[in-house]
Design a protein around this ligand. Sequence first.
Ligand SMILES: *Cc1c(COP(=O)(O)O)cnc(C)c1O
Length: 427
Amino acid sequence: MTKDNPGFNTLAIHAGAQPDPTTGARATPIYQTTSFVFNDTDHAAALFGLQQFGNIYTRIMNPTQAVLEERLAALEGGTAAVAVASGHAAQLLVFHTMMSPGDNFVAANRLYGGSVNQFGHAFKSFDWQVRWADPADPASFEAKIDRRTKAIFIESLANPGGTFVDIAAIAEVARKHDLPLIVDNTMATPYLLRPLEHGADIVVHSLTKFIGGHGNSMGGVIVDGGTFDWSKSGKYPMLSEPRPEYAGVVLHQTFGNIAFAIAARVLGLRDFGPAISPFNAFMLATGSETLPLRMQRHCDNALAVAKWLKTNDKVSWVNYAGLEDDPNHALQQRYSPKGAGAVFTFGLKGGYEAGKRFVEGLEMFSHLANIGDTRSLVIHPASTTHRQLTPEQQVAAGAGPDVVRLSVGIEDVSDIIADLEQSLAKL
Ligand SMILES: *Cc1c(COP(=O)(O)O)cnc(C)c1O
């Protein structure tokens, strides 16, 4: 690229990609191969010893995956990235790189439901403990930190409520205690908000959602901000101590500001194996090219829908940070002035039964458990994702009986509103 600092739209299309050097193919080829031929035995030895970067085997890296990784690192303003099979795989590898058995981390108590399960249940088998804190109260994170705390985890824009978090204030707590701040930026995407600019150290994504954007491919990514000193406290031995797997290499010493990404790849992805397929990497990288256009339309449509819902007499409340009278509006203006995202909740006066009937009455909206598709999506959490909880627990999780969650798509907004209107009219 000719300019030193290309703009976001340019990076979304060009970062990480160039015409194929052997065939001239302009679109990124799908390198559908498991393995790569070595030049000679010295070359093979250098690759295995981490003395030279290069492709060995697609579980560890692959040229199509590499385009997606460089693209996301550029869009987030990080130093390096690791693409994996899903958002959950990204989270697993991030924590595996930092944690030892008996360690803990502090996480926001309002997160994507799958993350609540992963942290609260699955991570127990590694003897990693999660401690919950209130994302609206940075001091509540500090209160949970002890000697064995290794990280702080938040979502920039929390799923499902659609609330923005004061990242800089929580980053200050992390900095004070020499802990890395990990931010899940799935719902905002780097088009709206770049957590590394507000003090985050590691960014994770479910690429399955807005980055891929078309509801057709699973993927996740870890972006290394290159900002954290992994050697200072001695609490991150995977990065600061000699690794027996690699003849005593000290990863932080050797790889500096990309050491975390290297460690997640060669000690996490290599050994646990949640590699992304080259085909999915291709689909997600293709999706990322139109991220700025799609995301702006998602936000514009969502704001129009939220404003319209507020005027409907079957609707009791609308929770959307883009609305001027929303309690979260000031944080949205500060962190994400281009828009408040596509996902939000609203309440139906008719409660549980109305929620079920409303969802069934929609024609263009798809009733499913996903967000970030081009298509408009809807779910009634109390009768689906949160049905195993008691009514009290549902309310605490923002999934009370009257709650409907929308992921507003990029269709014509008049058609989106018409579909909502006809289903509300039937209640
Ligand atoms: C979907 C999602 C995840 C999990 O990602 P998968 O790709 O489904 O594994 C994590 N965080 C957020 C905010 C999500 O929306």
